[in-house]
Design a protein. Structure first.
Length: 295
């Protein structure tokens, strides 16, 4: 099996795990708030990353700790906001809305990193954002206030992506994972301390599965991008929209309506278009930015 195919399979599996975790939030998360659910995810991620740090103590040293702090803040904010949205919105709808992040990344890169704005190169980003608008229907009868949570989540994710770009030349990926997990656990310690023991006692198998599937997805992504070029496999991140819609239908009977299906189609088309345009960049360091994994 080629490295491209292996990476693609791993990334599709990661997106399935993210959607399973999101579905379990709706199944078992009623007794916990978004901050507590996010803490459980980060705590398990830290537990799986610590053995690596013990074997290689050098991974604990960052050349740019302030950027690591900024990245972690963006990820924590994105996770909490998305989880708050997924507690009330259908899974497919919430997942589609966070795909506004490529537009935010492009705009912030232009404003803050002085990256040039190329209308033709950025056309797929605008198409994807159009798909997000079709799903959200701002100002229309289909718009609900909880939709703001995944939209704001995608903005926080975009900030984390910018920090990741700046860190990529100084800190290795395992260091970044360790910092994100540790800082996430610390940042969410206060809501975690308020968790009701009774809820944990009753729901712990579901909550462990929720955190475990999310944690598995994180490591599958690292593995996928380690063995295959980002520009070759990043479009498979859009499979999360399929998994979210499938699980929402099978588990909760959430059937996406016409606008949601049209918006999802536009978002997926934008990702395929962007991947096609990025073909000459295959093998480059950054490649195509991965869309935001739910939560």
């Amino acid at each position: 099996m080629s490295s491209h195919l292996q990476g693609s399979v791993l990334l599709v599996a990661a997106m399935a795990c993210f959607s399973v975790s999101d579905a379990l939030v709706q199944r078992a998360g009623s007794g916990l708030d978004a901050g507590q659910l996010a803490w459980l995810r980060y705590a398990l991620l830290l537990a799986t990353a610590l053995p690596m740090a013990l074997r290689q103590p050098g991974l604990l040293r960052s050349q740019r700790p302030l950027l690591q702090l900024g990245r972690a803040a963006g990820l924590v904010g994105s996770a909490v906001l998305f989880l708050q949205g997924i507690k009330t919105l259908p899974i497919a709808e919430a997942t589609a809305l966070v795909f506004a992040s490529p537009l935010y990344v492009t705009l912030l890169s232009t404003l803050l990193l002085r990256e040039p704005w190329r209308p033709w190169r950025n056309a797929p980003v605008l198409l994807g954002f159009a798909g997000v608008l079709v799903v959200a229907q701002p100002g229309g009868a289909g718009f609900d206030a909880p939709m703001l949570f995944p939209l704001l989540s995608s903005l926080a994710w975009a900030g984390a992506v910018l920090c990741t770009r700046l860190l990529s030349s100084s800190d290795p990926a395992p260091t970044t994972i360790l910092y994100s997990a540790a800082l996430g656990v610390l940042a969410l310690a206060l809501p975690a301390a308020r968790m009701a023991p009774g809820v944990l006692a009753l729901q712990w198998p579901w909550l462990l599965a929720m955190a475990g599937s999310w944690c598995t997805a994180q490591w599958l992504i690292v593995w996928a991008y380690r063995i295959a070029p980002p520009s070759a496999i990043a479009p498979f991140s859009y499979s999360q929209l399929f998994w979210a819609a499938l699980l929402g239908w099978l588990v909760f009977g959430q059937v996406p309506q016409g606008p949601t299906l049209l918006g999802i189609a536009l978002i997926v088309l934008s990702g395929l278009w962007a991947a096609w345009m990025a073909r000459p960049a295959r093998g480059s360091h950054h490649g195509h930015d991965s869309p935001p994994p739910g939560g």
